[in-house]
Design a protein around this ligand. Structure first.
Ligand code: ZN
Length: 379
């Protein structure tokens, strides 16, 4: 990573899918892989043209950031939230939650455990190889975090035949993610990022139990402290002793709606002590909206930590002024050296295939603003 410039520009992961890819996905075309390849090439091109230093494949082969595991693992069934309503323990609570969110229950698909997990195809290695072959820039590979998977995949009635408890499932989740990480490290991926959006739900939604992330609504959970303890343990078991890539964790407050009012809010302060215990090098965080609170919370990260600083909002059409981006990045550089700061959007531009938060042109212009800010910061 020493070759990366200060304030390296990157993305969180996903890119809006072209209409022809969505069409091909919907029709489950036999030659879907060719459409996905083309869409990845486009996503790479947009990022390179915008001046991104660490590129992803835009997650063009995925329906969303964790549902794609159904294509890669045996033992999972892709179910919509409407399907799951039949099976969850707290039906009334789940129904209330679905009603409160402005997303139709059939629109979000969840990988649900219905059998023993077994790797059918690598989670990301093939995607990484394609990306590596088609860019000369550094690359980032994204994977769903182990805690997120432990919350979303285990639905008692459907999963207990294969895994009597959520804990028993965790062992297999850790083993699968760890194998993938080791393979990516051996192949030379520069950044491997685990997505753990649900961590904010633990501290901001709190004991009121209004679970704001649909994917988190499934597993009955212990106290926030116990859950955070589990999150620390799981990620540390996945990454322990793996060297090579920058191991990153992305934690945001939701990216399913343009209505800021329905997304979680709160500063990262209560999470930082837990972050500090994770053997993770970089924290990829959202700071583009006032909901995120003050940067000073990050003073509590361990020395040597890197920050992926979210400075543009993927859910708005306005392009953030370069001066504002520069100002905020300077504020962080008062206590994190520029070589350890990456500039990125708050979250992906297309987390859910059919509900992108931005179009490609807007996403491109936002990345260009980040790249322009990075140039100003470096000079
Ligand atoms: Zn996010």
């Amino acid at each position: 990573m020493s070759t990366l410039p200060d304030f390296a520009v990157t993305v969180v992961g996903s890119w809006p899918r072209p209409a022809w890819l969505l069409e091909a996905m919907k029709k489950k075309r036999a030659d879907l892989a060719r459409f996905q390849d083309d869409a990845c090439l486009l996503a790479i091109k947009w990022q390179e043209d915008a001046g991104v230093d660490v590129v992803t494949d835009g997650e063009q082969r995925r329906d969303n950031f964790y549902s794609f595991l159904c294509d890669r693992l045996d033992g999972l069934s892709l179910m919509t939230m409407a399907d799951l309503l039949e099976h969850v323990e707290d039906k009334a609570g789940f129904e209330k939650l679905l009603g409160a969110l402005d997303v139709p229950a059939y629109a979000i698909r969840n990988p649900t455990v219905t059998g023993k997990l077994k790797v059918r195809r690598p989670l990301a290695m093939e995607d990484f190889r394609f990306l590596r072959e088609h860019t000369r820039r550094a690359v980032k590979v994204t994977l769903p975090g182990p805690y997120l998977l432990s919350r979303s995949m285990w639905v008692k009635k459907l999963s207990e035949g294969a895994y009597p408890t959520r804990e028993s499932l965790c062992t297999d989740i850790v083993a699968i993610l760890r194998e993938e990480l080791k393979a990516l490290a051996a192949a030379g991926a520069e950044v491997v990022q685990f997505d753990e959006p649900v961590l904010t739900e633990l501290v901001f939604a709190g004991k009121s139990a209004t679970r704001t992330f649909m994917c988190a609504a499934l597993a009955a959970s212990a106290s926030p402290e116990k859950e955070l303890e589990l999150a620390v343990d799981l990620i540390n078991r996945v990454v322990d002793g793996v060297t090579g890539p920058v191991i990153a964790m992305h934690v945001c407050r939701g990216n399913w709606s343009r209505d800021e009012g329905v997304l979680l809010q709160g500063a990262y302060d209560p999470l930082v002590p837990w972050f500090a215990r994770m053997k993770v090098r970089q924290f990829v965080l959202e700071y583009a909206t006032p909901r995120a609170g003050s940067l000073s919370a990050l003073r509590g990260l361990p020395p040597g930590s890197m920050v992926g600083l979210g400075l543009v909002n993927p859910r708005t059409d306005e392009i953030e002024p370069v001066e504002g981006i520069v100002r905020k990045a300077r504020e962080l550089s008062a206590f994190v050296p520029p070589s350890r700061i990456h500039l990125n959007p708050d979250c992906g531009f297309g987390t859910f295939a059919e509900r992108p938060m931005a179009n490609a042109e807007t996403a491109y212009r936002k990345l260009r603003a980040l790249a322009e800010a990075a140039r100003a910061l470096r000079s």
